[in-house]
Design a binder for this molecule. Structure first.
Ligand code: AMP
Length: 134
């Protein structure tokens, strides 16, 4: 059982901002910037790709509203949504979660972005494979 499952069940406390049938949002205990919010499905799944359409839709419905609330509460006008999947991608808690991280001055998410150049033949291969997988 993950720590977020314990938060959902009430076994562990949190600073709850929002809750509905499918979604819970609470303050991150180790904020990258003031107002750093976590948005999680109540459905216990480790990665986003495992999530049901119902939970995904429920999160999608409230994410913009929660982002607006973070902006209003902190005064931030910029923010990042971060969603890590897998330990190699910096996921520490194996329960799906979206970070809403406001940019406040120099505080906020540091992003390493190692951009390459899209190769045309590789692009064709990828599009075909992804479309076949959908
Ligand atoms: P990630 O690296 O995407 O898995 O991020 C996990 C996040 O969960 C981190 O930002 C932690 O600070 C946060 N976190 C871990 N335990 C708690 C907790 N009990 N309450 C609130 N946030 C937590």
């Amino acid at each position: 059982m993950t720590i977020f499952a314990k938060i959902i069940s009430g076994e562990i406390p949190c600073h709850r901002v929002y809750e509905d049938q499918h979604v819970l949002a609470f303050l991150d205990i180790g904020p990258v910037s003031d107002g750093h919010l976590l948005v999680i499905p109540k459905e216990a799944r480790a990665q986003l790709d495992e999530l049901s359409d119902e939970s995904a839709a429920a999160i999608g419905r409230v994410l913009p509203r929660l982002a607006r609330a973070v902006m209003k509460a902190t005064g931030a006008t910029s923010y990042n949504i971060l969603q890590n999947n897998g330990a190699a991608a910096h996921q520490a808690v194996m329960h799906v979660h979206f970070h809403i991280i406001p940019r406040i001055g120099s505080a906020g998410l540091g992003v390493g972005w190692n951009a390459g150049r899209l190769d045309a033949s590789r692009a064709g291969e990828l599009v075909a494979k992804m479309q076949a997988a959908l």
